[in-house]
Design a protein around this ligand. Sequence first.
Ligand code: ADE
Ligand code: ZN
Length: 324
Amino acid sequence: MVPKAELHCHIEGAVSPALAQAQAARHGADLSAIIVDGAYQWADFTQFLHVYDKVASLFRTREDYARLTHDYLTSLAADGCLYSEIFISTDHAEQTGLSPHAYVDGLAEGIERAKSETGIEGRIIATGLRHGGPEAVERAARFAADNRHPLITGFGMAGDERMHHPKDFARAFDIARHAGLGITVHAGELMGAQSVRDALDHLRPERIGHGVRAIEDPALVARLAEEGIVLEICPASNIVLQVFADYESHPFATLRDAGVKVTLNSDDPPHFHSSLANEYRIARDHFGLDDDALTAITRTAIEAAFCDDETRAALREKIGSPAI
Ligand code: ADE
Ligand code: ZN
């Protein structure tokens, strides 16, 4: 089995429709408008965000998050994944009345349980929501900076890229960077190359969530390669959200051939009928990557991981050296 690693999965986006239904039954909620025939129903990105919020609202305790995280990571481990970074949102926890501390404790407990059972390493990327505005994102950054949990190793921003400008969030990202957190930001998914350039200039990330629409500007592609910016690419997400019409027009292979560091990720797997293993399958079937090339993608992810040197060295060892 090809060893795998994931840098970009939103934990509330990893809830299966079946688990959402089980939580809804416990809380007397009706999900018939958003789950039909066992699948999430939404028509565009705005509706997707609403469905995401509704599902998140059903997770209300530390144990809910411990179980969700444990189940997600053990399923990844069964598919050969050695390392996973989960994106979290303290805003979503607070909206259900769960304290950010209890939320993080639950997530960390799930990570630790999964590690002790399977060996998978997990880390947490705290995120703010762009459509929540600069103050909310700054609050999320301050929480991550002030409450240094050893498993929170990065800060990012998700949400609606069509809203606000990256410069509005510069202070939030400065707070996170000064606290020593790794920096990633969603850009170049719903918006084009200029959005990626603005994110690089104003927020100075090491990694970009998606970043795929950088392909619209060859000079930007060259800059990404030259600066060694790592793209957290989520192919199935891009097709289902219609960022690209089909896998044949997806720029994964072109970006990789141009020397951009690319990784494979599932984003919000059940919403896109995917999984990390499926993303690796897509790269094999549609982008022409063989086992060695897929393993090299995993190596790129491990080198870009927001983890300590000791963990990185142990992961390198598990993957092994490239064939010469
Ligand atoms: N939050 C969850 N999934 C997302 C995506 N694909 N883009 C932006 N924000 C998100
Ligand atoms: Zn995402």
